[in-house]
Write a new protein. Sequence first.
Length: 382
Amino acid sequence: MKCFKLSLFALFVSGCTTLPLKVERLTPPTLSQHHIAKKVSCVRPTRNGIFQIRSDVEGKKLVTHIYGHGGAGLTLAAGSVDKGLKLFEQALTANPKFKNKPIRVVGAGIMGMWSAVGLAKKGYTVKISAKELKNLPSYYAAGIFGPAPDSMMVSKDELKLVDAVAARSYTIYAEIAAGRHPYIKRGPEPMPIYVGAHTNSGLDPLVAMGVMPTPEQVLVDFGNGKKHFSTKFASFFIHGPKLMAELHREAKALRIKIVKEHIRDLQRIPEPIIFDCSGLGARELAHDDRMVPVLGHILMLKDQPPKAERNYMVLVEANGKMLYVTPKGEGAVGSSFIKGEGRLNSHKEQYDLVLARAIDFFGGPPQRAERAANAAKLTPDS
Ligand SMILES: Cc1cc2nc3c(=O)[nH]c(=O)nc-3n(C[C@H](O)[C@H](O)[C@H](O)COP(=O)(O)OP(=O)(O)OC[C@H]3O[C@@H](n4cnc5c(N)ncnc54)[C@H](O)[C@@H]3O)c2cc1C
């Protein structure tokens, strides 16, 4: 019966060939209220439509904006900064009076830190100003490489830009993972991601471009009765805190000064050149009313199966609700996207909803208890 079901799916997914479907047995996370180490909320700096990357003279300053990547900022950081630096150097060539002038970077999230380090590596004098240095989404993000935008209702040209930036990021992360990046050694790790049916991971265009390997259709079997048809992509897990630590180490070595301060007006910054990497701050600083907060809640797990069994990620969307899981710490599970909400302490009911969704997908404590009972039956005393 089982084989019959599988070959039906094989027929379905492979366009009427009868290739057997690969079954992948994975260890599910152990999910219950007792397995939550920490509840984290943070806000995605989301720009309605598409992120902003541009460089132009504004007033008396040459300003480069890199912000608004929503729930895909870790994914798109490498490619976005690369593009921002290129646009900046083109703008500099067109406006030579700014040559050899010092630069102020606003923001110390991943965009700001990477821009500052990239600029200093090229020989520019850089200083960073940031309202907040540590309590940032760049540290809290789950870490999936997946460019699928939360709210990017983009035109065809914009979509091409998202794909190009994602493809550049993927290539850079592959360089880092292979030890071939000139200064970043840690952060992204090659990691399979199992994407549910009808779930847009944003990875298909990278496959079509030949940047990523062709994904596999697999049946994920959690060994507890829960099985899911999935598309398995060769993605990356991006460990935000490790990547940020690399950038801070480089910034220190390059003597980049980082000052904690709230910038109110880009035109009042003394430096003639500005990189605006202020995330949600761009709503005021760049007068960009397309910037909106999108609140997310993440459960950080504890007492989980060994690391070697947790080296995979999941992204599924069902009934308009997302569930994502990564191996960050002992496991990070999230699902909420509350648009327009910037209050970190709000919508606390979401933590229970995240757990319920995850238990529904992976199976919960009853299966675990059953396994323990089975194991107990095998002990000599029983
Ligand atoms: C729950 C959640 C899960 C996520 N999961 C993923 C994921 O799996 N994969 C992924 O790719 N991405 C994920 N993200 C998204 C990712 O975290 C963000 O897109 C990314 O960190 C944004 O980086 P940033 O540098 O643009 O902004 P931020 O990290 O927000 O940094 C902005 C900086 O600007 C400073 N600033 C703002 N205004 C001012 C001002 N007026 N003056 C001075 N400084 C200012 C801030 O203090 C801060 O230093 C997730 C985000 C959340 C919230």
